[in-house]
Design a protein around this ligand. Structure first.
Ligand code: AHR
Length: 655
């Protein structure tokens, strides 16, 4: 073809012609730069009901009666519950704290059955916006109970519809004046998106009950106390290289008393410490550190726990404004204990099963270490002396005891400004290996900042782009992120990790927008941004090649609307091209693969395209999703990138 014959000449001209530009540095095609093996991962925070009422598969809301008005105005121990008397039964329902199941879990209910009537009396729970039950599926029920007065009390557990129709039931007998765990399995005979759980006592007496729980039998990888299968699968399909948890602002909390303390979140669920969620609801800690580590292992993601730097969020107390001063630090005495807590976390993850904290991991069913490599200290903290003193103590303690662990520091909430500058200076002085940058910006910002890391000093700490998103879930937003991600690949020697944020949001309880995945009890909405993340993660490489792709466009703004990268996955030998056209007209990308290994001519092509403002919705969750086809390629070829598109071309190595 005339076009192909002229390609070599064109490539020679690329670097000298102002209307033709290549992505990346001016190294010759074929010159490779290493890319971090952990580049694309996920950010998980219990925001917008991401954990409780989301990924954590518990179907009962407020199972331990620990809700309080501190969580949210109007909430109390019986939020989510109703007192039920049927068939002329009567009695009394109270909340008590005098003899709890465990001091960490002080509230429980006491049901006094004076007359059970024909049906019994008890309580019902509506879950998080109703309990979704599916015909033929089995549900694992459990509760802790004590008979305070009377003989053994028969209990009937049922799943019911709004009109009282019974979808399935099971029976247990509570007996003895000591807290005991009872379990039963209920099979649903019908599907209902808004069922409720009903527990009725059918004998006279007084009964204490706590931690009334219902899980689908089928959880992700069938783990007990597990995760909602469909949501966990959707996350697993991102093939993240790492997972950051548990936040976000949740980590440092709204005041020192609200900080996320990992030790409160392990062991038997009835002994965990529940607390107010900074995002105006309640954390059961049912999805705690053990479950986080387990999930990371299940999906092949390296765990990246973030611990507070001994200070609370600068916005504590509701002072959400620039320069707010709600930041409080632990006293120096408290810091000694807190430093040990952080060291203990490393032992919990990696220590031998005979060590104090490794034994606790083993007791939960995981004697093998979780292989922790990273730990983040701090989240977007204001760079004050209070922060700096505490960060330094923590950093030095971890470094001294665990030189094998890579510490990730923090440089404020924005891509520039005072905390960013001070944070970088401080991290550089201390020699922190990686720092965590955050930015939520307009799509135009991402398009015009594609070269942000090209000029970063390689002698300084590496970068973790721990939270980023453009403000929206339309295709144009996702393409701006895709274009930016080509820049992250190009700088994969410096940018060690990157995670879009936030990951999950319950559609009916969003505290933050946009998010990567929206869900309801019954459905999942992967945004267009989700598909961008997935295409990059699944098609990541370990070597970056400069100048393999060039554009020739004279249009205004073409240098920001067009972006591309070329990486090699050395395991398979495949070459992967990512070509972004965020403009409104088709554009030719000129690809030059010579010197990149022996490649097949049949390539896989994935194209994500649609209307600029197009979005996926619950009605049309795959309106904009990658379309796969075959593409014939040569050593040099041109690819016509559709308007508003991300194209991923995977060229397989010859076998
Ligand atoms: O991702 C949502 C929030 O944004 C995080 O909790 C916080 O770190 C950031 O400000």
């Amino acid at each position: 073809m005339l076009f192909n014959r002229s390609l070599t000449t064109l490539f020679a001209a690329v670097l000298f012609c102002s209307s033709v530009f290549a992505q990346g540095s001016r190294a010759a095609s074929g010159q490779a730069k290493p890319i971090s093996p952990d580049l694309f991962g996920i950010f998980f925070e219990d925001i917008s009901y991401a954990a409780d009422g989301g990924l954590y598969a518990e179907l009962v809301q407020n199972r331990s009666f620990e809700y309080t008005p501190n969580d949210r105005r109007g909430w109390h121990s019986l939020t989510g519950w109703e007192y039920v008397t049927e068939g002329y039964g009567y009695g009394m329902l109270d909340v008590e704290t005098s003899s709890p199941l465990h001091p960490n879990n002080p509230h429980y209910i006491v049901l006094k059955v004076e007359e059970p009537g024909q049906q019994g009396i008890g309580v019902s729970n509506t879950g998080y916006d109703g309990i979704y039950v599916r015909k033929g599926e089995r549900y694992d029920f459990s509760l802790f109970a004590r008979v305070l007065n009377g003989e053994a009390i028969p209990l009937v557990i049922s799943l019911r519809g709004a009109k009282g129709e019974v979808y399935g039931e099971a029976a247990i007998r509570a007996e003895g004046d000591g807290w005991k765990k009872y379990t039963a399995t209920v099979t649903a005979g019908s599907t209902d998106t808004a069922a409720r759980l009903v527990v009725l006592a059918k004998g006279k007496g007084t009964l204490a009950m706590d931690v009334i729980s219902l899980f689908p039998e089928k959880t992700f990888r069938n783990r007990p106390n597990g995760l909602r299968n469909d949501l966990a699968e959707k996350i697993a399909e991102l093939h993240p290289k790492f997972m950051r948890f548990p936040g976000g602002c949740l980590v440092h909390g709204d005041g020192l008393g609200n900080m996320y303390r990992w030790k409160n979140t392990i062991g038997p669920v009835e002994q965990r410490v529940e607390q107010r969620d900074i995002w105006n609801y309640h954390q059961t800690a049912g999805l705690g550190y053990f479950e986080y580590f387990q999930f990371c292992e299940d999906i092949g993601a390296k765990p990246l726990p973030i611990v507070a730097a001994g200070v609370s969020c600068q916005n504590s107390g509701g002072t959400w404004r620039i320069g707010s001063t709600g930041q409080k630090g632990f006293s120096m005495e408290e810091m000694q204990e807190y430093i040990q807590e952080v060291l203990d976390l490393i032992e919990y993850a990696n220590g031998s099963p005979t060590s104090t904290w490794g034994a606790k991991r083993a007791a939960s069913g995981h004697p093998a270490p979780f292989g922790l490599q990273y730990i983040g200290i701090g989240n977007e903290d204001k760079q004050t002396d209070v922060f700096r003193d505490r960060f330094k103590m923590l950093y030095e303690a971890v470094k001294a005891k665990h030189p094998e662990i890579t510490v990730v520091g923090t440089v404020g909430p924005s891509p520039a400004g005072e905390d960013y500058n001070l944070g970088w200076k401080f991290a550089g002085e201390l020699g922190v290996p990686v720092v965590d940058e955050h930015y939520y910006e307009k799509p135009e910002w991402f398009l015009t900042h594609n070269k942000r890391y090209d000029s970063y000093d390689r002698a300084r700490p590496k970068v973790y782009v721990g939270e980023y998103a453009s403000w929206g879930n339309a295709l144009f937003n996702a393409l701006a992120e895709a274009a930016y991600m080509t820049g992250l690949e190009r700088n994969g020697d410096l940018v060690r990790m990157a995670s879009y944020a936030p990951l999950l949001a319950n559609q009916h309880h969003t505290s933050w927008n946009p998010n990567l995945i929206y869900f309801t009890n019954t459905a999942i909405l992967p945004t267009v941004n989700y598909y961008v993340q997935q295409l990059f993660s699944v098609n990541s490489g370990d070597w970056y090649y400069s100048n393999a792709v060039a554009f020739r466009s004279t249009k205004a703004g073409a240098d920001t609307l067009l972006a591309a990268s070329c990486v090699k996955d050395s395991k398979s030998g495949d070459i992967i091209l990512k070509i972004v056209n965020a403009g409104n007209e088709p554009e030719d990308a000129f690809v030059h693969l010579k010197g990149l290994g022996a490649l097949q001519s049949q390539a896989e092509l994935y194209v994500l395209t649609g209307a600029r403002d197009g979005k996926n919705s619950f009605e049309e969750p795959a309106l904009i999703a990658p379309a796969r086809s075959a593409l014939v390629v040569k050593g040099s070829f041109s690819y016509n990138a559709p308007p508003y598109s991300l194209s991923v071309i995977r060229v397989h190595a010859k076998k």
